[in-house]
Design a protein around this ligand. Structure first.
Ligand code: SAH
Length: 249
């Protein structure tokens, strides 16, 4: 008898607030046989899954219980080949620092049907909450998203991405905030450039804070900023509702 093949859905869960799920994401979560999620997906979103759905956590980031990417790819493919509707649920958008591209390639290689459902990426969700326009006719006509993890930092060329008229959003940069500020200042960005730190955006306990680039590492330490958080560098940060936490203010 021929085996019925299921499908992999790479679904963006948005930055935290369940109300920021797309209608399609919600429908897929409610109809899933299996939900494979990472640590960033809010408990309130997982609670929307029906009791019949199996949930598997493949927590990423600095968690101890991590599953290597190859094992995640293999799990998705194997479960879909077994006929299940597999929802791979990721924080934000699957294609923004979410390794959705690798999972899509694994599905293609195994000839398993795979569809990508976009989500609101952290930059978009957190900026909205903080009243921080990522572009603004008077302050920024370009916006760039970069990843700030330690191992890649020295290899990355951010020259020209931050500065007058531009907004730079740094994901995964809290642990290396000091080095990020140094790197940008060495690239010629003014130490007095406004920066915002947006912590746990769109969740109940979010904070939006602001200082100047030279004090970025200081702010992260003083305010004991926790992951997940974003750093926004640019004049638009000064136009936000973020609270000033300047050293001497
Ligand atoms: N695919 C995700 C990003 C995954 S990388 C997206 O599109 O948003 C993980 C990083 O995203 C975190 O280290 C943090 O920098 C950022 N991030 C995710 N959710 C966040 C939130 N609610 N508030 C602030 N930053 C967040």
């Amino acid at each position: 008898m021929e085996q019925h093949i299921g499908k992999i859905w790479l679904v963006g869960a948005g930055p935290g607030d369940p109300d920021l799920l797309t209608v399609k994401a919600l429908r897929l979560i409610k109809g899933a046989d299996l939900i494979v999620h990472d640590g960033l997906v809010d408990a309130a979103i997982l609670a929307l899954a029906p009791p019949s759905a199996e949930l598997i956590s493949v927590a990423k980031a600095r968690s101890r219980h991590t599953m290597p990417q190859e094992a995640i790819n293999a799990l998705l493919v194997e479960q879909a080949l077994a006929g299940r509707q597999v929802v791979r649920l990721k924080g934000g958008d699957p294609f923004i620092f979410g390794r959705g591209g690798e999972e899509l390639e694994a599905a293609r290689a195994a000839a398993v049907p795979c569809e990508v459902v976009p989500g609101i990426t952290a930059a978009i969700g957190c900026a909205a909450e903080a009243g921080l326009p990522l572009t603004h006719r008077e302050a920024a006509s370009a916006v760039t998203f970069v990843a700030g993890q330690c191992k890649d930092l020295s290899d990355q060329n951010w020259a020209g991405l931050a500065g007058h008229g531009r907004t730079l959003v740094i994901y995964m940069g809290i642990a290396t905030a000091d080095a990020i500020a140094e790197k940008l200042i060495a690239d010629g960005v003014s130490p007095a450039m406004p920066v915002a730190v947006l912590e746990k955006g769109t969740r109940g306990d979010s904070r939006a804070m602001r200082t100047l680039l030279a004090d970025l590492g200081g702010l992260v330490k003083r305010a004991e900023v926790e992951s997940p958080a974003l750093i926004v560098v640019g004049e638009v940060a000064a136009r936000s509702d973020a609270v000033d936490v300047l050293l001497h203010s």
